[in-house]
Design a protein around this ligand. Structure first.
Ligand SMILES: [Zn+2]
Ligand SMILES: [Zn+2]
Length: 318
């Protein structure tokens, strides 16, 4: 085997190997409550690994993200450590109030035993989370207000670890937080949640890896970087409407609903030429405040206030 072939084979093997390692690490981490010491250590581990993978398996069409790095860092911090908590504070009281009000029960809708054996609960969690996220993501492309929020995620010019969490916090919460709050309230067996939830987060995060790693057969089950790159293609494949590959963690929903796109040439997945705003025309937005406030119509008032407050004082009248 030549060095080149060995390297290619390793680019095929690395994705399943990393998925298995991340899954194992997250199980161990949950058991030992590592989150207590370093909140979100598991996502940080995936991000750090992605950065290393990007250095080893360099991608031919990589576009430097250095000019938007401050925006990327702020987005990561906000969506990793703030969005989930704030959404919980806002949404949980409603989720807890509803069952109490309509069913006369407190806190939990069902007891873990009522929901069936653990393996069935694992399957239900995996399928319901991924189906919800698939459709939420599809709506985020087709409903104008939701697209306004989501479009900033699609203005990035390359997929890289640094921009994994570049998303308006409301856009991020709708796709990635709400469904987990609902699951918590339903009252699934904690062991079933322990087994299922890591599996829903690993490929969703790793899908933004900018390295030239191959998904192989995994492309048809998980949202790998190859699959997600097409979702970010500047040129939407013909006949696909707003976009393709809406799945967040699993790609089989796209296959089932006819939105999967991954062209092959000689058995190798082809990649889009350019990553960017669908149809082109809108450049990446480096200003985090603009990303945060403009979709809500609040950016102009802010710049107006800034102007008023920071305007040099007029000369005193003679
Ligand atoms: Zn999208
Ligand atoms: Zn993305």
């Amino acid at each position: 085997m030549t060095n080149k072939t060995a390297f290619y084979v390793s680019s095929l093997v690395i994705v399943p190997v990393l998925f298995a390692l991340f899954y194992g690490a997250r199980l161990v981490g949950r058991i030992y409550s590592l989150d207590q010491w370093v909140p979100k250590w598991d996502s940080l581990l995936i991000l750090a690994t992605m950065i290393v993978v990007e250095r080893i398996y360099t991608y031919n069409y990589a576009v430097s993200q250095r000019s938007v790095l401050p925006r990327d860092v702020i987005s990561n911090v906000v969506n990793l450590w703030v969005t989930g908590t704030v959404t919980g504070i806002m949404v949980l009281p409603i989720l807890l109030f509803l069952p109490e009000h309509f069913l006369g029960r407190k806190l939990i809708l069902a007891s873990p035993e009522q929901l069936g054996p653990v393996w069935l609960q694992v399957a239900v969690v995996l399928l319901s989370v991924s189906l919800f996220r698939y459709w939420m993501h599809r709506l985020q492309h087709s409903v104008p207000f939701l697209w306004k929020l989501h479009s900033y995620h699609h203005r990035v010019t390359d997929l890289q670890a640094t921009n994994t969490y570049v998303s308006h916090p409301i856009d991020f919460a709708l796709r990635n937080v709400v469904i987990f709050l609902v699951l918590g309230v339903i009252g699934f067996n904690p062991f079933a949640l322990l087994l299922a939830i890591p599996a829903t987060n690993i490929s969703g995060t790793f899908s933004h890896c900018g390295g030239d790693v191959k998904g192989g057969l995994l492309n048809y089950l998980f949202v790998t970087p190859e699959v997600h790159r097409w979702h970010h293609s500047e040129q939407v494949p013909e006949g696909y409407g707003y976009s393709c590959n809406y799945g967040v963690e699993f790609s089989f929903w796209d296959i089932l609903f006819g939105t999967f796109y991954l062209p092959q040439k000689n058995g190798v997945a082809e990649m889009p030429e350019r990553i960017g705003y669908p149809g082109g025309g809108l450049p990446d937005e480096a200003n985090y405040l603009k990303l945060l406030l403009a979709p809500l119509g609040l950016y102009r008032p802010l710049s107006w206030f800034k102007q008023v407050l920071w305007m040099p004082r007029g000369q005193p009248a003679e």
